[in-house]
Design a protein around this ligand. Structure first.
Ligand code: OFO
Length: 165
């Protein structure tokens, strides 16, 4: 059985994952309009993965006798300066998500909710991967700088860059 405190915290995380999905969807759409189809494919996939993260939490809440709340969503940023700007935002956002996940892990221990603590380990592992991926992409973009040929190859490579959800 979930305590009211844990249920509220889990629902907050539902909202964060849903917001992540929206952010990445807006980035995908912008990239597609700019002609970066590979980047767009990558971001559409990433947006879908965030929805899966959201659903997993929602179902866990319901399984444990709570009520998973479908959140209202704010409109995300629609315009971006360039790809550097997009992936800077992805990285910053993932760091923020990791912080929230850690907070939930902390809280579940504090509340002696070991089932939630155990469930959250999947997210801890996932965030290692999310941060690693965002850092890896930023490193590549740093090498490329403003080189047009580099950006062209980057876009092509991202179409098949695998993310693990
Ligand atoms: Fe849900 O992992 Fe990214 O935000």
């Amino acid at each position: 059985e979930l305590s009211a405190k844990i249920e509220a915290a889990l629902n907050q995380q539902v909202e964060m994952e849903a917001a992540s999905s929206q952010y990445y969807l807006a980035m995908a759409s912008w990239s597609e309009v700019q002609g970066y189809n590979g980047v767009a494919q990558f971001l559409y996939r990433h947006s879908d993965e965030e929805r899966v993260h959201m659903l997993k939490l929602l179902k866990f809440i319901n399984e444990r006798g709570g009520h998973g709340i479908v959140p209202a969503l704010k409109q995300p940023s629609l315009k971006f300066k360039d790809l550097h700007n997009i992936f800077d935002q992805v990285y910053t956002h993932e760091l923020k998500v990791s912080k929230e996940i850690n907070h939930l892990v902390d809280l579940s221990l504090h509340e002696k909710d070991y089932a939630t603590h155990n469930f959250m380990q999947w997210y801890v592992t996932e965030q290692i991967e999310e941060e690693r991926m965002a850092r890896h992409i930023l490193d590549k973009l740093k090498i490329i700088g403003e080189d047009k040929g580099g950006l062209y190859s980057f876009d092509r490579d991202l179409a098949i860059f695998n993310t693990v959800d």
